[in-house]
Design a protein around this ligand. Structure first.
Ligand code: C2E
Ligand code: MG
Ligand code: MG
Length: 445
């Protein structure tokens, strides 16, 4: 389904993060690695798209999962190279929220590569005193990291749990309402107002904890189960929207739609029925279609999309700039906007990345379509995206996807719902977004 390196890396990390890494061999390797450079603490981390999961620690307490933006190992994953900070008190990276009260003064992060050949995590060493380390020390740790990679691969071969979900189990989870939407705001870059929330599927698994789409969507996509999943998420999203619209009548939701829907003649009816049950009009809903192999651009698809737009739904092409998305689709599919994938967003600020986004935004504008840039994490990226022609943005800068029980609707109209910096631990409330009000014309603009 997803072909970008970015997605493959998340899929790869998903194989490791559920491993039970308490093997004594792995513990011994970690202990020796720490001793070889006289660091008192070491941990083995797996980083997926959002979180750092600590599989094993030596010389320190167990660690909860932390958001990637709050951890030093994020930069090791991004660069794929070792990072050494000899004194955090003299380094701006020492200001990360997970650090100030911890007493940690020195940090080393060594990247770990998974079986798929992509970075999946880190060996992370910590000291409570400033600690210099020469190139020899880093080289030694890199060799220990290679051993850890081998041991993890062995565990992965033995471990039956990750990605062995069956279609029956997934279907039962849908019936049991375990698959629910989390919501992420979509922001008008010009007015800096929240105009919609994207519903993103999460599986509250009874034994494995919270699972992200990379761990169950590929299985759902193999059959028409994805249709039930999409409709279940849409149904819950529009029920939630109905509540929000009682105080914020112009707010919308956007939901992801697999191309498989278009292979069924009754696809438009099913979508319309799902909204009717919640008494939400189609013009309050944006459908994001991801261009995959299961998305044939033929007359039937075009007829379905045209019928949906006639009813009032807006259609966005998701993940533009990666995978299967092509300019041909932008030219020939009736749609209201494109969403530029987070992997492309990460190239903002480079000559090629800027040129690509400027060209896509220019073309979309010529064709009268909106341009949402996804995966915006910094104010600089938001400013750059807008300067290059994007109309809307989405990303951790405003809020990560968040469960509704961590959002609070506020009837005093200053707030739609305070997005929170959310992860399985340590939820903190960030600045509330401005009220969603700027909707011009009958299309989200
Ligand atoms: P998408 O629709 O392109 O959603 C954007 C993804 O980027 C989400 O991942 C979101 O959590 C993540 N993201 C948002 N802002 C940032 C940021 O600032 N930085 C980074 N690094 N990531 C950010 P998520 O929730 O894991 O969803 C992955 C994909 O799974 C979605 O990509 C979508 O294609 C698919 N998906 C999710 N829910 C559904 C669903 O209900 N139905 C279908 N068919 N697909 C779904
Ligand atoms: Mg989407
Ligand atoms: Mg996308």
């Amino acid at each position: 389904m997803h072909t970008s390196k970015y997605r493959r890396r998340n899929d790869s990390a998903a194989h490791y993060r559920g491993l039970v890494a308490s093997s004594s061999a792995l513990r011994t390797t970690l202990t020796l690695a720490a001793e070889s450079v006289a660091y008192p603490m070491i941990m083995l981390n797996i980083l997926d798209e959002h979180l750092q999961h600590t599989l094993l620690t030596v010389g320190m307490d167990d660690r909860p999962s932390l958001h990637r933006t709050d951890v030093l190992c994020d930069s090791v994953m991004r660069t794929g190279r070792p990072v050494l900070i000899t004194d955090l008190a003299a380094d701006e990276r020492g200001q990360l929220p997970s650090l100030p009260d911890s007493g940690i003064r020195a940090y080393i992060g060594i990247p770990l590569t998974g079986r798929e050949g992509l970075p999946v995590g880190t060996l992370c060493l910590l000291d409570v005193a400033p600690h210099e380390l020469g190139a020899d020390g880093i080289h030694t740790l890199t060799r220990f990291a290679a051993v850890v990679e081998e041991q993890l691969d062995l565990l992965r071969r033995r471990d039956p749990s990750p990605s062995h979900t069956t279609t029956d189990e997934l279907a039962a989870a849908l019936d049991a309402d375990q698959i629910i939407p989390w919501f992420q705001p979509l922001v008008d870059l010009q007015t800096d107002t929240v105009v919609a929330f994207e519903a993103l599927a999460r599986w509250q698994h009874p034994t494995r904890g919270l699972l992200e789409p990379a761990e169950f969507l590929p299985l759902a996509e193999e059959s028409d189960l994805i249709i039930d999943l999409d409709l279940a998420i849409l149904a819950r999203a529009v029920r939630q929207l109905r509540d929000w619209r009682s105080t914020h009548p112009e707010l919308r939701v956007t939901a992801n739609l697999s191309g498989r829907h278009f292979q069924h003649p009754d696809c438009v009816d099913r979508l319309r029925e799902t909204l009717r049950a919640a008494a939400v009009p189609p013009d309050a809903v944006i459908l994001e279609v991801t261009e995959t192999a299961s998305f044939p651009v033929n007359d039937a698809t075009i007829a379905h999309i045209t019928a949906l737009r006639t009813l009032g739904f807006q259609i966005f092409l998701d993940d533009f700039g990666t995978g299967y998305s092509t300019l041909q689709h932008l030219l020939h599919l009736p749609c209201d906007g494109i969403k530029i994938d987070g992997a492309t967003t990460r190239t903002l600020g480079t000559p090629t990345g800027d040129a690509l986004i400027r060209a896509l935004a220019g073309l979309a504008d010529e064709l009268g379509k909106l341009v949402v840039v996804e995966g915006i994490e910094t104010p600089a990226q938001a400013a750059k995206a807008q300067q290059l022609g994007a109309t809307h943005g989405q990303g951790y800068l405003w809020s990560p996807p968040t469960p509704t029980d961590a959002m609070h609707t506020d009837s005093d109209l200053g707030t739609v719902a305070s997005p929170v910096r959310g992860c399985s631990t340590g939820i903190t409330v960030s600045e509330p977004p401005p009220r969603p009000s700027e909707v011009r014309g009958n299309r989200l603009t």
